[in-house]
Design a protein around this ligand. Structure first.
Ligand code: ADP
Ligand code: MG
Length: 209
């Protein structure tokens, strides 16, 4: 996946967060304060507005810049956490002109580790980690088994979707969802859905010429 395709990823993500605004708002209303969709839309719209005016020489710098924009523009919990995915992922790809399945697996892994270090959530806590950690693992396994980028990303998307779906039956022990106790059961975590949206956007971008 080259720099143009990574730019396309951010463009598609901004479009998807606009389409998913109501859905994410509803999910966050059940578990939190209802702002998640608006935060993600604001952040990724701002990322696209700013990066589309720049020329990037490498994928790492592009991702790190995007992360810094998110960090600056979006407060709450999700701003710094999603910014961490981009900054840590970008750091691991600094200097790269292209990302194959192995490199993208490293980026997702670095992002996932960064989020868990910062937010202290583990798999099973009903957060974005429940989609991100299995996606990073699936990407890694697929890359290790010799899969191409598109196939490996397809595995990552599937793992993220399964992980997000599994949050429905979990009790939340991190984030605002923990105030809901068992009332949170039956609701999918919005941050996990946002991880799916990002991976789906990456997958779509990888298929573009
Ligand atoms: P806020 O909780 O500040 O309103 P958002 O609504 O934008 O932030 O984001 C909520 C999402 O953030 C949750 O759905 C969850 O996935 C994620 N989240 C919350 N706390 C944590 C944490 N400690 N670690 C990882 N993700 C978290
Ligand atoms: Mg919220």
């Amino acid at each position: 996946m080259n720099i143009e395709q990574h730019m396309r990823f951010f463009e598609l993500a901004a479009v998807r967060f606009r389409q998913e605004l109501d859905n994410l708002s509803e999910l966050d209303s059940a578990l939190g304060d209802g702002d998640h969709g608006a935060s993600m839309l604001k952040g990724f719209s701002m990322i696209w507005e700013k990066i589309s005016q720049q020329t990037y020489q490498d994928i790492g710098t592009l991702w790190m810049d995007a992360g810094k924009i998110l960090m600056k523009e979006v407060g709450g919990t999700c701003g710094p956490l999603f910014a961490t995915i981009l900054i840590k992922g970008g750091f691991s790809a600094r200097g790269a002109q292209d990302t194959d399945a192995g490199r993208l697996a490293e980026m997702l892994h670095a992002g996932s580790e960064g989020v868990q270090t910062l937010g202290k959530a583990s798999p099973g806590d009903k957060t974005m980690v429940d989609a991100l950690a299995p996606a990073a693992r699936a990407m890694d396994e697929a890359a290790g088994a010799g899969a191409g980028l598109e196939d490996a990303l397809c595995c990552a998307v599937r793992a993220a979707r399964d992980g997000a779906a599994a949050t429905k039956d979990m009790l939340a022990s991190r984030g605002r969802g923990r105030y809901q106790a068992e009332n949170a059961i039956g609701h999918v975590d919005p941050g996990a859905v946002s991880v799916c949206i990002l991976l789906e956007s990456l997958y779509e971008a990888s298929k573009t010429a």
